[in-house]
Design a protein around this ligand. Structure first.
Ligand SMILES: Nc1nc2c(ncn2[C@@H]2O[C@H](COP(=O)(O)OP(=O)(O)OP(=O)(O)O)[C@@H](O)[C@H]2O)c(=O)[nH]1
Ligand SMILES: [Mg+2]
Length: 227
């Protein structure tokens, strides 16, 4: 019997849609960031603190993912940020098709976000350190966040998301003196999983470290424009 060897990776349906988003964002030179963490690490707080100042320079929008409520999109809208909420019902992660449906790549007439008009699209994924790790959303950069109340062993326990991430943001460092958490150990655990990971320690509450994150995002936007 003749055997045919197939060496190419078989793309999942999600990968195919993510590739379409990436292609579209390449055409419009829009930087796309996927931000995820466990529930309540401070993703929306970071966006609330950071985006009003980035918005003075760049055209941006946010897609918010949660199982239920418009709370996070409302919080950002109150700060003048263009935000659209996806409610997944029971699903623990966003899929590329849900993002594409808002971008109008399948139905231009009904699109909610025009990539052509944006320098930056941030997707705040559902709070979960497991499922979002495996779903490409067509992003240029994948940010994973953790906060100091969650335990410094989490990168070792949930390695896939840290392995797939580009940036690791450790939030709520203002609370570090009050909890049993070693920042050094946590970062070492993250780097042991992924030595390429860039790391930053911040407090969305006090503003510590936010200049660095703003610069990282700006660099991603500028690199996208130059491509
Ligand atoms: N002390 C302190 N509290 C923070 C900080 N960042 C966020 N919080 C608080 O943490 C809680 C959760 O913050 P959110 O911004 O809603 O977290 P999230 O990751 O967006 O949550 P989900 O979208 O529900 O997963 C809120 O009560 C925030 O005020 C921080 O840097 N320091
Ligand atoms: Mg949130």
């Amino acid at each position: 019997m003749n055997r045919i060897e197939i060496n190419e990776k078989v793309l999942s349906k999600n990968d195919i849609v993510a590739a379409r988003i990436r292609e579209k964002a390449a055409q419009t030179r829009t930087a796309v960031i996927n931000l995820t963490s466990s529930p309540g690490s401070g993703k929306t707080s970071l966006l609330e603190a950071l985006l009003p100042r980035l918005q003075t320079k760049y055209r941006l929008a946010v897609i918010e993912g949660d199982l239920r409520t418009e709370n996070d999109a409302d919080r950002l809208r109150q700060r003048g940020i263009n935000a659209i909420q996806i409610q997944t019902g029971d699903a623990c992660h966003l899929e590329a098709a849900q993002v594409e449906a808002l971008l109008g790549t399948t139905e231009p007439a009904g699109c909610a976000i025009e990539l052509e008009t944006l320098d930056l699209l941030i997707i705040e994924n559902i709070g979960n350190l497991v499922c979002p790790a495996s779903y490409d959303l067509g992003e240029d950069a994948f940010f994973v966040m953790l906060s100091v109340t969650e335990g410094d062993d989490k990168p070792a326990k949930y390695p896939t998301i840290f392995f797939n991430a580009d940036y690791f943001i450790l939030n709520k460092i203002d609370l570090a003196p009050y909890v049993d958490f070693s920042i050094e150990k946590c970062i070492a655990n993250a780097l042991a999983v992924n030595a390429r990971l860039k790391t930053a320690t911040i407090s969305a509450r006090t503003g510590a470290g936010l200049d660095e994150i703003a610069q990282v995002i700006e660099d991603i936007i500028v690199a996208k424009k130059a491509n």
